[in-house]
Design a protein around this ligand. Structure first.
Ligand code: NAP
Length: 274
């Protein structure tokens, strides 16, 4: 019998997840159907329970429900627990197990697809929202030399770095929060834009000297050219968007549900052409 999965969010019509998972299913021969579910903002739990009670096997969770999903599930894997955000739910009968695959997705794209080591690198992460919480632990476990989190609202960055401070001694030499105007002359090997600024044509106020020679500028937003990408290119950085992260986090969800690891390169290439 065909197993049912879906992405749940609000809005959700723009999601590429149904296309990605259909391609994974075709490629691996797994018998699944994957749809998109629009949950009313005040009825996330009820929408999830209706899907589960109708035999649904798993969900991807997108904005704005990742934290609500964390509260809803019965168990978490470590990354999801520490991120306080869930983007993947696997149903085992009535039991929901929550995972967060965003950080693994980002890391696989940067380290494996783009061939840029995080270990020993100086990393600047911009933003302190749900996406940043999701990627912090996998990034720290990769042992960068330095990780600075910059955010428009400094309090949020400070709270976030405080939350992950317990990983510092074993993972990174220096973990700190910073406002943009205090970055000064510091330069970084990898600069990740985990803000939503690009969606409105805006950009965090970065100093020009922020990119080390040969730096990677990673924009989590995908499907559009953002001011951050233009700025980074003008500064001589190598630029990547978040499409690879999107496909890699989906592949990890597929593996969690089906125990089969799909190929990602062909799917990334297919989406770039679409
Ligand atoms: P969020 O929780 O709403 O957080 C948004 C963050 O962006 C906050 O830190 C906010 O700063 C900052 N921000 C917004 N506008 C800004 C501006 N004009 N200047 C400077 N900072 C600004 O969103 P999220 O869930 O973390 O998602 C962030 C982005 O990542 C979204 O665009 C999302 O599409 C993308 N994303 C991509 C993937 C992928 O697979 N590629 C996965 C997850 C997320 P304040 O705290 O000061 O408000």
């Amino acid at each position: 019998m065909t197993d049912r999965y879906a992405v749940i969010g609000n809005p959700v019509a723009h999601s590429k997840s149904p296309l990605i998972h259909a391609e994974f299913a075709r490629q691996t021969g797994e018998d699944i159907a994957y749809s998109a579910i629009l949950a009313p903002l005040d009825a996330f739990r009820a929408t999830v329970e209706t899907f589960r009670d109708a035999g649904g096997r798993g969900l991807n969770v997108t904005l704005p429900f990742k934290h609500e999903a964390w509260n809803l599930v019965d168990h978490h894997d470590d990354f999801a627990f520490n991120a306080t955000a869930v983007n993947t739910i696997k149903f085992d009968g009535a039991l929901g197990i929550g995972f967060n695959t965003d950080g693994i997705g980002l890391l696989r794209d940067i380290r494996d697809n783009l061939q840029r080591p995080v270990k020993g690198a100086k990393v600047l992460l911009m933003g302190a929202g749900g996406a940043t919480y999701g990627v912090m632990e996998p990034l720290l476990r990769e042992q960068p030399e330095r990780l600075v989190v910059a955010n428009r609202t400094l309090d949020k960055a400070a709270r976030l770095t405080g939350h992950f401070q317990r990983f510092q001694s074993t993972t990174v030499r220096s973990l700190s929060a910073s406002p943009y105007d205090a970055l000064g002359n510091a330069c970084f090997d990898i600069v990740i834009n985990a803000t939503s600024a690009g969606l409105t044509g805006a950009m965090p106020p970065l100093p020009e000297g922020v990119f080390a020679r040969g730096a990677l500028a990673y924009e989590m937003v995908y499907g559009r050219r953002t001011p951050f990408m233009d700025f980074a290119r003008d500064c001589g950085a190598r630029v990547a968007d978040g499409l690879g992260m999107l496909v890699e986090q989906a592949a990890e969800s597929f593996f969690i549900w089906r125990g089969v690891r799909p190929q990602t390169a062909t799917v990334i290439a297919m989406l770039r052409k679409a």
